[in-house]
Ligand binder design. Structure first.
Ligand SMILES: NC(=O)c1ccc[n+]([C@@H]2O[C@H](COP(=O)([O-])OP(=O)(O)OC[C@H]3O[C@@H](n4cnc5c(N)ncnc54)[C@H](OP(=O)(O)O)[C@@H]3O)[C@@H](O)[C@H]2O)c1
Length: 222
């Protein structure tokens, strides 16, 4: 398949490399055709470089690695009708990200209500059906349980209790991160409602460790 990229940065480079290895024809696009040609030369295989317009014209599938809408990158979007565009962009996400609408997590409300207690957010991301399995089965399946809290000892107590019922605790940092675990539940529940599958649980699956195949991370973002 002929796969094009808008932007020739980190993600374009590594995915372009990976799809080249998989036998696809890759075209890197950029504001600077010289830059995209350099990236194509770095990747090798049959990869080529050009402008973002050329990618829009010539590719069947286009991966947008630019946090901007196509019309701001291209002279015309007319070639895009019917084309598949994969958008892998994420919003800017500063470490201290605290969006107003989610700021008041239920866990923090409890902590605020009872300041002398030690609140830990946990177990909000497992449907009750998960516990139809016993600890041995859950442990074997590697089911994880995220937790957030400010008190180290309280988290240790919680971790032990999670472990006792077969869940592998994942420390997700301070209680100010609880809103993210509550958001995670929204994602899970949306999936559950759509599929009827209540056995899905969140977890971090680590990719295997390996040397960079297509160059190190350069200035860029996650
Ligand atoms: N890096 C990761 O691990 C990762 C993982 C998942 C998702 N993402 C998302 O993927 C996107 C790209 O990340 P990245 O790490 O590849 O960043 P990057 O290396 O900075 O590449 C982004 C490319 O976008 C283009 N660009 C930037 N500003 C532009 C503008 N104003 N107009 C037109 N083009 C512009 C640049 O391409 P040219 O200079 O070639 O035009 C740049 O190389 C982001 O939305 C990020 O959140 C990143």
């Amino acid at each position: 398949m002929k796969i094009g990229f808008w932007g020739s940065g980190n993600m374009a480079r590594v995915l372009g490399g990976a799809w080249s290895v998989a036998g696809h024809q890759v075209v890197f696009g950029s504001r600077s055709a010289e830059k995209s040609r350099d990236v194509a030369a770095e990747i090798g295989f049959t990869a080529t470089g050009g402008t973002n317009d050329e990618v829009a014209e010539s590719c069947e599938v286009i991966v947008s690695t630019v946090r901007a809408v196509p019309s701001s990158l291209l002279t015309t979007t007319s070639a895009l009708a019917g084309k598949v565009i994969i958008d892998l962009n994420n919003r800017d996400f500063p470490r201290e990200y605290q969006p107003e609408e989610f700021l008041n997590s239920l866990a923090e409300a409890t902590q605020k209500d009872v300041p002398a207690a030690r609140v830990v957010k946990a177990l909000n991301n497992q449907a009750m059906e998960v516990f139809n399995s016993d600890a041995v089965a859950l442990r074997e399946a590697g089911v994880q349980a995220f937790m957030a809290g400010d008190d180290h000892e309280a988290k240790q107590v919680t971790a032990k209790l999670l472990n006792d019922i077969g869940l592998k605790p994942v420390d997700f940092g301070p209680l100010s991160n609880a809103w993210l675990l509550e958001l995670q539940a929204d994602i899970l529940r949306t999936y559950m409602f759509a599929t009827g599958n209540a056995l899905v649980t969140p977890g971090f699956i680590e990719a295997p460790r390996a040397e960079p195949r297509f160059g190190e991370r350069r200035k860029g973002t996650y």
